[in-house]
Ligand binder design. Structure first.
Ligand SMILES: [Fe+2]
Length: 356
């Protein structure tokens, strides 16, 4: 066991209870990070259990999803839908975005600034085309299936300004990685064209499946990640080199250089990254996020989705993070940058906090 385990043995019950949650950090939890336990198969068994339960939840959610979308998702781990919003409504949304100032927050990762506003309450009321989109039954069914939960995703309007800051560190999002050890959802509706040199999203098709090869790779990584892994891998978002993909029988990443009004919905157990570019770029998108509690049934999700809680979660989470920061309990990385035009947030005069 690690020195930390010896020093803080009284925390052992909490570290052990975390096995039943979505806790993923090898470095912050000496039980999850234990070389000995992972050699005995702890990480691998946790994956098998989480993926088995996720598959069961997905089976219960499958019938409501258009068959064509479901087949594409099951095969690739992502679905791409072009021309998602009818052209006239999409044009109206773009016009509205050009003139609507929204209270954004931003943070820095490497040389890249992400500015974001949660789309709920007043912000969502000001973008009725987005509100109508999030009410669509077929999309809600797809989000539920990919995210393995009926709890609706959190929705944001997001601007990613690549190459915006001096690169003291590389943007960690440019390395291929899985977000966590179990299925979860992210979705991007691109609101402007994404050129191939515009830092597009990339995703390794088929890497959402827990194949025997992937399981063996996860097991090996769980035994060695604390020896020489990078910080984010040690926190449970395992990085993989492009040269390792062949051994896992996986193809090169697909690059989502796509026209405006294209939606990409993907399972974040699959390997993904943000492509690099040699010049400053801006991506504007509606971004959705859902990460279920992996070891549970979907019952809490159903209860939450039915109640008023669902429509205020992002704002409350942000306020909770502000409170923790004020009391020096946990750093808040999202810095308010005031009312901004989302397509071109003015970042001057704001000291942004790095996520790392
Ligand atoms: Fe990620």
């Amino acid at each position: 066991m690690s020195q930390r385990f010896t020093r803080q043995w009284w925390r052992a019950p909490l570290w052990t209870l975390a096995l039943a949650t979505g806790a993923k950090s090898f470095i912050d939890n000496p039980v999850l990070g234990s070389r000995r336990l992972n050699r005995l198969g702890l990480h691998a068994r946790r994956l098998q259990l989480a993926h088995g339960l996720a598959a069961r939840r997905r089976r219960a959610l499958a019938a409501a999803v258009p068959a064509d979308w479901r087949e594409r998702f099951d095969r690739d781990g992502f679905v791409v839908l072009h021309d998602l919003i009818p052209a006239a409504e999409f044009a109206a949304l773009q016009r509205r975005l050009a003139t609507t100032r929204l209270p954004m927050r931003a943070h820095l990762q490497g040389d890249t600034v992400t500015a974001r506003v949660a789309l709920e309450g007043e912000s969502l009321r000001r973008l009725p085309e987005a509100a109508a989109l999030f009410r669509r039954r077929d999309l809600r069914a797809l989000f539920a299936y990919v995210g393995t939960t009926r709890t609706p995703p959190l929705h944001y309007l997001q601007t990613i300004v690549g190459g915006a800051a001096p690169a003291e560190r590389a943007d960690p999002q440019i390395e291929l990685h899985a977000d966590c050890f179990h299925p979860s959802l992210k979705a991007w509706l691109f609101l402007a064209d994404v050129p191939d040199d515009g830092r597009p999203l990339t995703y390794v098709a088929g890497s959402h499946r827990l194949t025997p090869e992937r399981l063996a790779w996860e097991r090996r990584r769980s035994e060695t990640v604390l020896d020489g892994g990078d910080r984010l891998s040690q926190r449970g978002s395992l990085r993989i080199g492009a040269e390792e993909l062949g051994a896992l029988d996986l193809p090169a990443p697909t690059r989502f250089a796509v026209p405006a009004n294209t939606l990409v919905v993907a399972d974040m157990f699959g390997f993904h990254a943000r492509a690099e570019s040699d010049h400053p770029t801006t991506r504007l998108e509606l971004w959705s996020y859902s990460r279920p509690t992996p070891m549970m049934s979907d019952l809490p999700g159903r209860v939450l989705a039915a109640g008023p809680l669902a429509s205020r979660r992002a704002g409350w989470a942000m306020k909770a993070a502000d409170w923790l920061d004020r009391h020096h309990l946990r750093r808040q990385h999202w810095h308010p940058i005031g009312p901004q035009l989302p397509a071109a947030p003015d970042l001057s005069g704001h000291e942004l906090h790095s996520l790392l």
